[in-house]
Design a protein around this ligand. Sequence first.
Ligand SMILES: CC(C)(COP(=O)(O)OP(=O)(O)OC[C@H]1O[C@@H](n2cnc3c(N)ncnc32)[C@H](O)[C@@H]1OP(=O)(O)O)[C@@H](O)C(=O)NCCC(=O)NCCS
Length: 183
Amino acid sequence: MAAAFQNKSHGSQQTTAASVEMKIRDATEADLPAIIEIHNTAIASRISTAQLEPVTVEGQREWFHAHSPTQYPIWVAELEGAIAGWLSFREFLPRCAYQGTVELSVYVSEKFRRCGVGKRLLQEAIARGPQLGMHSLVGLIFGHNEPSIALFHLAGFECWGLLPGVARVDESPRNLTIFGRHL
Ligand SMILES: CC(C)(COP(=O)(O)OP(=O)(O)OC[C@H]1O[C@@H](n2cnc3c(N)ncnc32)[C@H](O)[C@@H]1OP(=O)(O)O)[C@@H](O)C(=O)NCCC(=O)NCCS
């Protein structure tokens, strides 16, 4: 699962139009510290996730082992020898009629944002979802998470729902949007 892409910028390092190889692969437990670091940066941003407290490697081991390469995998995007981002799948709703509909989350290191990593991970999910028994993908995204909403739109997701004010983030009411795409 490798793809060449145009690397536009890595933070302060401008590597305009450099062609860099990105590899998408199943995450291993050794990737957990990098996954957690990326996750914690997103938690601190207050726009990305309803998880509001930082997570730890030890605390996330059970979450990690609840995924497998054939059911609800976790993938990492590897770039320049670093974990640039990750994508995880999880059950959408427990009733069997929803089995082929899967929720996904995507997180990219701040160092590698706007390099096409998130787009590439979503493309991989769309391409490989049917082989994993998925017919529909759903992303639950805060209404104020503009980067994520722009990314999901770009990947062909549509807004299927809005749950107004269902979240409280630092006392402020926040909307939850449901973005979906059939495969
Ligand atoms: C949302 C997120 C995953 C995007 O990842 P990324 O690798 O930076 O996105 P890409 O480089 O693939 O961007 C693809 C397109 O998405 C849109 N996009 C991405 N980030 C954007 C931003 N900050 N503002 C506006 N549009 C944005 C753009 O259309 C972009 O294309 P362009 O760069 O050619 O204009 C990343 O910002 C992130 O990890 N955020 C924190 C975690 C999060 O919110 N996850 C969503 C919960 S599921």
